[in-house]
Write a protein that binds this ligand. Structure first.
Ligand code: ADP
Ligand code: MG
Length: 399
């Protein structure tokens, strides 16, 4: 689950991180009061969407010469003017894709005097099995370019899970970021705070870009992006209200209601698979035969008929889907349950695209018989290779 910048900052503030004063607003009417509650004279009006690159982003409706999604304002009137211009419009950034994202809320924040913009993130480094700080002196808006052109400027410091953030770790991070004096003392406080927030809240990413050194030498978290690990959501009731459904893919929201591991993708072959590994291989083999998967979907081990039906409906509801590949290895999952789920779903929503089904494992004969006797136009396949070739060919033929 992702959250907005203003929510991430509020969370980090609870842990004691230095963030600016700010107010989130949902309509332009609130802009004046929000700005007046801040010290001024410099304000920043920040689009709140679940994507980065807002500063360099462009509003679709406003043309190429209009300012981006993060704007400095020098008076209360200027804040109001910008808020009116930005709210409700569609911001396109490097991370949103061409469609962009509608800006439904803004964060009006106190402006900072920036001396240096740094990069600081925490993530789970799977290679070392550690939560790691990834830092760079080259913070700001183009960290992807830094990673690409000058990777030596990005430094990783892995944290021992037993020891936590040690004095030696802090010294390494401070030195990598060239922090000294007051800023280094601020770093001693900040880096353990970020680590504590990351681990206690089961984050999968905490990105502060930029972390700034202000003209007065102090550190401040100027931007914050947080993703939480959904596998740990059961122990974080307190985070549930932070979810913003308007930022999520409608198909993924529907899938989450049924506890389905579903990720929407750009291709045209819908996949229903059990097991994450098999789902990945299925996507790979579709690509191998020249097509693209429309989704990742793992229906899980002991999925019920209702769950399978829901999954199939989500796939067929996607207008981009031009063919469906059901690939089930029945271990715990039973092939007959899958077959019944598919049929129940087709009865409800119809089947307008080719469907290839590959069943193997527990109750495979019963499953195949159910499909054969259903009168459905199912193309059956024997193995993964056969299945992938058949669905790619069927989609090509139908096009
Ligand atoms: P994004 O990463 O989505 O472009 P940021 O929050 O990082 O958005 O803002 C982009 C840039 O705007 C920052 O790199 C910084 O230069 C400037 N900026 C953001 N917030 C403030 C602020 N409160 N005061 C002054 N400048 C800011
Ligand atoms: Mg940023």
């Amino acid at each position: 689950m992702n959250i907005h910048e203003h929510q991430a900052k509020a969370l980090l503030k609870e842990y004691g991180a230095p963030v600016a004063a700010g107010v989130a607003i949902f309509s332009a009417d609130e802009a004046e009061a929000a700005a007046k509650s801040l010290p001024g004279p410099l304000y920043v009006v920040k689009s709140q969407i679940h994507a980065g690159g807002r500063g360099k982003g462009k509003f679709k409706e406003l043309g190429p010469d209009a300012k981006g999604g993060v704007r400095l304002a020098k008076s209360v009137e200027d804040v109001v003017k910008n808020a009116k211009e930005m709210l409700g419009n569609t911001l396109v950034t490097k991370q949103t894709g061409e469609a962009g994202k509608q800006v439904n809320r803004l964060y009006i924040e106190d402006g900072a005097d920036i001396a240096r913009e740094l990069y600081c993130s925490l993530l789970v480094d799977r290679a070392t099995s550690k939560v790691s700080f990834v830092v760079s002196t080259e913070g700001g808006m183009d960290i992807e370019a830094v990673a690409h052109d000058t990777p030596e400027k990005i430094i990783t410091v892995g944290i021992d899970p037993v020891a936590g953030v040690t004095a030696a770790d802090i010294a390494k991070i401070n030195s990598a970021l060239k922090l000294d004096g007051t800023a280094a003392v601020d770093g001693e406080h900040l880096f353990p705070i970020l680590y504590k927030a990351f681990t206690e809240k089961d984050m999968s990413l905490l990105e502060v870009n930029p972390l700034i050194v202000m003209e007065n030498g102090r550190l401040r978290v100027l931007d914050a992006k947080v993703s939480f690990d959904n596998n740990a959501s059961f122990r974080h009731e307190e985070l549930k209200p932070l979810r913003d459904l308007s930022e999520e893919d409608a198909k993924e929201i529907e899938a989450s209601k049924y506890d389905l591991a579903y990720v929407a993708l750009d291709g045209n072959i819908g996949c229903m698979v059990n097991g994450a590994g098999l789902a990945m291989s299925t996507m790979d083999i579709i690509k191998l035969y020249g097509a693209e998967p429309a989704n990742f979907l793992d229906v899980g081990g002991g999925a019920s008929k209702e769950k399978v039906t829901a999954a199939f409906k989500i796939i067929t509801a996607d207008p981009a889907v031009k063919g469906i590949l059901v690939n089930i290895f029945g271990g715990i999952m039973r092939c007959d349950v899958i077959a019944e789920g598919v049929i129940a779903a087709v009865k409800e929503v119809g089947l307008k695209v080719p469907l290839v089904v590959r069943l193997e494992g527990t109750n495979v004969r019963e499953g195949k018989a159910i499909l054969d006797n259903s009168g459905l136009d199912v193309i059956s396949a024997d193995d993964l290779d056969d299945a992938a070739q058949k669905i790619v060919a069927a989609v090509a033929k139908a096009a």
